[in-house]
Design a protein around this ligand. Structure first.
Ligand code: MTE
Ligand code: MO
Length: 367
């Protein structure tokens, strides 16, 4: 930063000229410009110890499109990765409903189609040094869930909807009281009100192709605005219950722990991971000669603006790329960084949402 400030003082005229000339061609963050070279980050993720569980992470330096192509999209599996034969597969809708349903893939595809561009992030993303690319943006297509639940007719006492995956594995519970192992399917639940959100779709298509095996073929829930964990893949059964549902993915692995102040008393609060939270990240730094540029993404809430800081310099406003946008998709932003001094630099971004909330820093006490 110091170098830039000094340069602006010394040769203000030409620095301003560079900025103005750059404006028109820099309004769009993508595609990459001819001759542009990527500067790799120094803090690369460490080797992934579980390549079956976490497959194909986003490589931030390679981010060169708003939509993440299917072959570059990350995928998470906590158990096995089922390979399902669509000819014998069907979806069951049961529990507390008047009319239990069974639907084939053809029947689901024959229903009204709905698309959403939605950035899915694993809530564990950036929680481990080997896991920094658990995010991607895709155009998901399927049929709305709410009319199907209406058709099945949720009974008066139904309050909770559970989404069961085909995948299963052994679960161990070890604590002061219990010491048991049992087989369990992947499952996640939502309140009936959340499940009935008209944006939720039973999704069979990703970026115009049938859902890839790793992303839940033949059918998954896509719940725009929720963290990855809520989007059950390899769907097998949806059922309605009269009590809250609790399992490993609701109450043990996918929980946040926060310290709250209740009238001067410290209270530790555990919460099941749910809706996405405001976030941003610098994705890549590129340059043509000494003309550097920082491109990044912001997501998790309606984004008002993004600010970027180099080393310990001031926050600078980034330019948001409005060429491609959708409510639940990440926003791509960029910032020109002319003539940085040679050496190692730290780039930090923060997003500010439409309500004025500022993305907390990694070391913010609230997280
Ligand atoms: N059936 C099933 N669904 C699942 C999971 C799983 O292990 N099994 N993982 C969840 C998690 S933790 C995430 S982050 C998202 C990731 O979606 P993707 O694999 O399509 O990227 O899927 C979710 N849905
Ligand atoms: Mo996840």
């Amino acid at each position: 930063m110091h170098g830039i400030q000094r340069r602006e003082l010394l040769v203000q005229g030409s620095a301003a000229l560079v900025a103005i000339a750059a404006l028109s061609r820099r309004a769009y963050a993508f595609p990459a410009q001819a001759g542009e070279e990527v500067v790799p980050w120094l803090d690369q993720p460490t080797e992934n110890p579980n390549p079956e569980g976490i497959k194909t992470q986003l490589v931030w330096e390679d981010l060169d499109s708003w939509i993440t192509p299917n072959e570059k999209f990350f995928s998470i599996s906590h158990f096995n990765r089922p390979i399902i034969d669509e000819k014998t597969w069907s979806l069951e809708i049961g529990g507390l409903v008047k009319k239990p349903l069974k639907m084939t893939l053809a029947e689901i595809k024959a229903r009204p189609r709905q698309e959403v561009v939605f950035t899915v992030e694993c809530s564990g993303n950036h929680g481990f040094p080997f896991f920094t690319g658990g995010i991607g943006n895709a155009r998901w297509a399927g049929t709305p869930l709410a009319p199907i639940l209406k058709e099945a007719g949720v009974l008066e006492n139904g309050i909770e909807v559970v989404f069961w995956g085909t995948d299963q594995g052994e679960i161990a519970l070890h604590d002061d009281i219990r010491d048991v192992k049992f087989k369990q399917n992947f499952a996640r639940s939502m309140s009936l009100a959340d499940a009935m959100d008209p944006k939720n779709i039973l999704c069979y298509e990703m970026n115009g192709s049938p859902l890839p095996l790793d992303n839940g073929f033949p059918l998954r829930l896509v719940a725009p605005g929720w963290y990855g964990i809520a989007n059950t893949k390899w769907l097998k059964r949806i059922d309605v219950r009269d009590h809250r549902f609790e399992n490993r993915f609701m109450g043990r692995d996918y929980v946040t722990l926060r310290e709250e102040d209740h009238n001067g008393e410290t209270v530790w609060v555990e919460t099941s991971v749910g809706r996405a939270r405001l976030a941003s990240a610098p994705a890549r730094v590129t340059h043509i000669g000494s003309d550097y540029r920082i491109v990044g993404a912001a997501w998790g809430a309606p984004i008002d603006r993004v600010e970027v800081k180099v080393d310990d310099g001031p926050w600078m406003p980034a330019t948001i790329d409005h060429s491609e946008e959708a409510k639940f998709a990440w926003k791509i932003w960029s910032l020109n960084w002319p003539n940085p001094p040679a050496g190692e630099h730290t780039i930090t971004s923060r997003a500010i949402d439409a309500s004025g909330n500022v993305q907390p820093a990694m070391n913010d006490p609230t997280i």
